[in-house]
Design a protein around this ligand. Sequence first.
Ligand code: GLA
Length: 703
Amino acid sequence: MIRYQEDARSWVLETDLTAYVLGISERGHLLHAYYGSKLPYDADYPPAADGHGWGSFNSAEDRNPEEYMAWGGIRYAEPCLKATFADHVRDVVLQYDLFSIEGNQLTIVMRDKVYPLQVELLYQVLPGLNLIEREVRLANLGSSPITLEQALSGTLHLPREESYRLSYLTGKWAGETQLQQMNMPEGKFVMESRSGITSHHTNPWFALDAGGAADERQGVVYYGALAYSGNWKIATESRLGRTRVTAGIHDFDWAWELKGGTTFTVPKLVLGCSAEGFGGASRSLHDYQRQLVLPAPHRSELRKVLYNSWEATTFDVNEEDQGKLAEIAAELGVEQFIMDDGWFGARNTDKAGLGDWVVNPEKFPNGLQPLIDKVESLGMEFGIWVEPEMVNPDSDLYRAHPDWVYHYPTRERSMMRTQCVLNLARPDVREYLFNCLDKLLTDNRIRFVKWDMNRGFSEPGYPDASAEEHREIWTRHVQGLYEMVRQLKENHPEVIFQSCSGGGGRVDLGILQYFDQVWTSDNTDAYDRLSIQEGFSHVYSAKVMEAWVTAEEHWMNGRRLPLKYRFHSAMTGVLGIGEDLHKWSEAEREEAKGYIAQYKVIRPIVQHGRQYRLRSTRQGIVSSVMYVSEDGREAVVFGFLLGNRNGDELPLIRLDGLDAKALYREEQSRTMKSGSAWKTMGVTLPLRGDFDSCLLRLTRVEG
Ligand code: GLA
């Protein structure tokens, strides 16, 4: 998979379908040489060639596709590395030192020409997934500290083309992961988060296709995603006829003191190149999450059908009412019953109680056990909501430790949702939180934790810290969170963890290393959800995408949607129910029971199968998404109609991912056609009226 070519002084990193080539140029620079389809001969790959300058304003180095550019000399593009040495020299000059190949991993070591700063570039080749993971270890081999001011994960250099289209995800609370596409402008375009969390506004993923020529099924798409849940930055640059993307931890207000003898590891950047358009790119990322990223204990298990009480009861929870909801949920076929906010401290509104992780004695006079017993006797698992990184000023915790939140002594503490962010850079805060949660999970048979995070950072001060540590809080918070969850999982391997941040504010490949699934959006309107879920699917697998069926008339926009449509929209991910179940009539409960039973049958296809976006929500009145089982024997097709217009015929939906020669029977119409025919001729989905939906099932006919 990885070959060193002695003559060319270059490394060829091959996956099943792609090749990534880098090498040492004549002038000794580590340069990118090629990324794209695998070619037949090594001689096909270009050498790492030094560029040339442009007038007296751009040096050759400035135009070189450096694999890991450090700021120093004449370089004006976005650097990966910027550092200040103890003698105030702020210029890094990296030189290639050595390399090693171990299995599918290439390590290239570079060192500063004068100072004891070592940079190890790690490339992990994932052959079947057609992905490359990049990671960087920065080590101070001396004794004087080195201040890192920028330490990104890497740069992707694109082949020379006249233009590229950039695809990325933007959004807001209740409107996350909306796909945006634009022609890459000349100059720089930065996607970022500065709010301390991954952010609702942009997600750390990008995709580029030359001339906007790729689509869901064909064309070359370069893409990448960052495994980090704090402030991040992805800068795309089109300058001097070249295109590059640099991604990593945001350098804004960031610094890290690399003490003598220590190492700093940057977050992983995963890169891919798909020749099967955007669909192929997404499927590689989905497989990657299911095979390698998700936490091991539950990685290969199917996610369960859950009930969540939030939209039904908000803060008004108690043993009796929750018990009644649990009875109906169990009758419907729900497998996990999750009690949301309101069960602890003085938590009756969002104005008090956060930080006091003790059961509220008025709501639960005998603790949680009677409710847990009841939930379990009904055949379900019990789960609970927490928001550990937060505190309301009106709480015992804040009264005891007002200095435990990020703050500046001379500034007012800005509130959002009447809460402050606890300082997870502090070891005492982490210890306190860990003990609270560990006790909660030890004392009670809890099998699911919804871990929320309902605001961004402000006044990110840590007055007790040493001078150098102040700007480290951004990263220390993320590291503290990861470590806390890792330890909790180690102590309680049976518990499923869900990442929530006011919906989808903290969804990324970093959090997915520790959390088993995510809350996609607080927007549970089944129609709005289609575009949120579609954007989400560009990066993340349906297996981690929680989707709930909620009230007929939606709280946010008053839209009324049929139960069938609400179920079908939620069945494209991890199905959950979030409705006040008392409001459902007998007939609705019966109908719901049917969908839940059907979901349990198709969920291996949805959660573990290959996903095909057949028609986008941006393409008009019909959208459709399809899943094909791992073994290719079964498929499900979901279709959604906004509303018929002018008697127009509905568009043909051309299926995908089926074995071309095999025969597949569609269950309802009993139509039997080859995979190839389903693809070429397509099908008019049985949709009519407003907000109609359908679910087709196809099975391969054996023999
Ligand atoms: C956030 C979550 C919701 C719910 C509330 C509880 O907004 O996204 O699902 O848990 O907090 O306060």
